[in-house]
Design a protein around this ligand. Sequence first.
Ligand code: ZN
Length: 501
Amino acid sequence: MKSKTRMIPSFSFKSTSFSALLFLFFLFSCQNEKKEFLALDISLLEAVHEQYQEKSITERRFKHAQAMPLVKGRLDGHFVVEEIGKSVEGKEIFQMTIGDGPTKVMLWSQMHGNESTATMALFDLFNFLEAKDDDFEDLRNTLKSKLTLRFIPMVNPDGMDNWTRRNAFDIDLNRDAIKQTSPEAIVLKNARDNFSPAFGFNLHDQQVYYNVSQTEKPATISVLAPAYNYATEVNDVRKNAMQVIVGMNRVLQQIVPGQVGKYDDAFEPRAFGDNFQKWGTSTILIESGGYKDDPEKQYIRKLNFIIILNALSEIANGSHDQYVLEDYYKIPDNDLKLMDLILKNLALVKNETNYGVDLGIRRREADANDSFFVNGTIDDLGDLSVFYGFEEFDAAGMEVVQGKIYETSFKNPEEITMEKSIELLKKGFLGVKVIESLDRQSHAFPILLLKNKTEIPTGIEMGGSPNFFLAKDGKLKYAVVNGYLIDLENPATQSYRQKVM
Ligand SMILES: [Zn+2]
């Protein structure tokens, strides 16, 4: 707009050209206004999700068999549902098609088995797309008449069931676009070749520790229009993807301001996204990251639904065309500077030398008996001023005190309670012995349950176990148990998910 205003004086000497320019300007403005109008309202997008959220899936770690009814159950409905191949372990991979419009759009999710957030959003979208006689009929009809939508909701069923990134050959499908060693990678490549979509949505999850560069905000959603060559050039195919992303970011900034990051666009010649772009499909990468107090990513699922629906609507109406690439490049970069807990200014002594450090703790997930627990570890220590914590605590003036093991054994974890745990912590016990329990059984108490271990694992070092007390003037104030910070006077009622060790 600014540049157009500046152009006017130089044309003012030639009245005809000036009038022509004014007319063009007028047309451009009208077109712009119309397109602005077509961009969807946040409250509408939220209302659609509210109404059509798939209620049978509420946690991230659902299994392939559990999700199959949401695919095969649609065999006789509005979708054309087709089996397009099988995984290494023989599980079916389906594609689902709806709409008969001229612009073809393909969306695929969970090529990495343990990245299910977008899959849940796609199930919500299916509910919306096949419904009728509601307040959103215009939107639905626009999508179905302007677009042909093809979904492949679970590209890696074996990885899903084993909750691993890779497939049953232990191959990363996203590095197998060219070599085509895995049956799942062959399925995805064939699906693209048979359909030749104009647009592609490549749907993933990223670690929750990604933040928006130089801010404490998590990169709740990260985006990328992948490069198609090492020079990271921009042709029309990639430009279209960038424009759709600008529209998605516009929506996200209204809901989760400052929580969108952009991935590095270094070309990866083996990845699907980069190759889809190269093969002529405008490809949009969406990565679901972390959001405070959303461990099952249900809020992020909703964000996925909202931005995908918005993007499809913009593609259907052509309104993505209004966005400028400058706004794509303005999206801040992703960084990996988040920790679950940062303890600042911890005073320590070693070899009779005093020193002070910040301690960065991450609590990563690990599998156990069809469930999972988290393992707190010290990921970094020293000057951590460039890192950010989901939780931060200034431990200045406090000393580290080692915890003891309670001498009486409990029969099993069921004999322990939250109250008992806190009572023992206050007396300086950080661990209790249990006699009977499964190995690596998960529990939610804020104290260590020891079955095989005879000592409390602890150590303020890289990779060390964050299990100790913080005391002030000789009085225990806080416990750090498996990387959870517990205020002994005012303990939070939450799940302190960890394992029996
Ligand atoms: Zn992924």
